[in-house]
Design a protein around this ligand. Structure first.
Ligand SMILES: [Fe+2]
Ligand SMILES: [Fe+2]
Length: 258
């Protein structure tokens, strides 16, 4: 029986999106964590399908919400983010040794939720007549995972606390666009995702603070340093303050956004 961390790595290596999501959802949560194992980085990480074609961030043009294809392109972009999010949650599990057992188990729950998000969006895309892989996509999320692969504190600062937290801000306007175009199902899926994502950012905040405390660092000054060093995307409003507060950002951190 493979440890939970070994299983997480195998799913990151899985190239098929459908199999990746299905395996994440059926991960055996009872398996031993094996927190202290140092696992060598294999080649071919993460596993990715031949499609979607990965292009530069700026090569993706916004599409009109008036056509089904335009709405499908937006749903596709969201599905792509969720597929990356499965890998990001599992990557933190296998890569970083020596954390308390709860750390690994919480990120496994996150990965399972990301897999559900991917499946809901992929299935909705099918009802619009499109498949995952049918539009180009970008690799910005995994790029950040690579840049922060040697430092758990940086990973927590940049991935859950910056990129996923930006998802909290982005959710209401995206939902308004899709519902405004008559796609009520997409609106319902986005509601479910937002509820879960608040939890993911909360997990990120908890372990970020734990790591700061352990290293004797000030969470706010350290975040500013890490954001600069790793060139995190600049935070721009409008912010979803209510969701950010629910996700555990402090009053001081929320005030700094303004
Ligand atoms: Fe998600
Ligand atoms: Fe997430």
């Amino acid at each position: 029986m493979h440890s939970l961390r070994q299983q997480a790595l195998q799913i990151v290596l899985q190239a098929s999106p459908d199999l990746k999501a299905a395996s994440a959802r059926s991960l055996d949560e009872q398996a031993a964590v094996d927190a202290d194992a140092v696992i060598a980085t294999p080649a071919g990480i993460p596993g990715r399908p031949a499609r979607p074609e990965l292009v530069g961030h700026t090569d993706l043009k916004p599409r009109s919400m008036r056509t089904v294809e335009g709405r499908a392109a937006l749903i596709h972009a969201l599905a792509h983010i969720e597929l990356n999010a499965i890998d990001l949650a599992l990557d933190i599990v296998w890569r970083f040794a020596g954390m308390p057992e709860a750390f690994y188990r919480q990120w496994i729950v996150v990965a399972k939720e990301e897999a559900l998000h991917f499946e809901l969006l992929r299935d909705h895309l099918r009802t619009l007549g499109f498949a995952y892989g049918g539009f180009p996509a970008h690799n910005a999320l995994w790029d950040m995972a690579e840049k922060t692969q040697h430092d758990l504190l940086a990973r927590l600062a940049i991935v859950p606390r910056t990129l996923e937290a930006r998802g909290l801000d982005a959710s209401p306007p995206i939902k308004a666009k899709l519902v405004g175009a008559g796609d009520l199902r997409a609106g319902a899926i986005l509601d479910l995702i937002l509820r879960d994502e608040i939890g993911h950012v909360a997990v990120g905040n908890f372990w970020y603070r734990q790591q700061c405390a352990q290293r004797g660092l000030d969470p706010i000054a350290t975040y500013a340093e890490l954001a600069e060093r790793y060139r995190a995307p600049r935070l721009r409003g409008p912010f979803n303050i209510e969701a950010r507060r629910a996700a555990g950002f402090s009053d001081e951190e929320l005030a700094l956004l303004a």
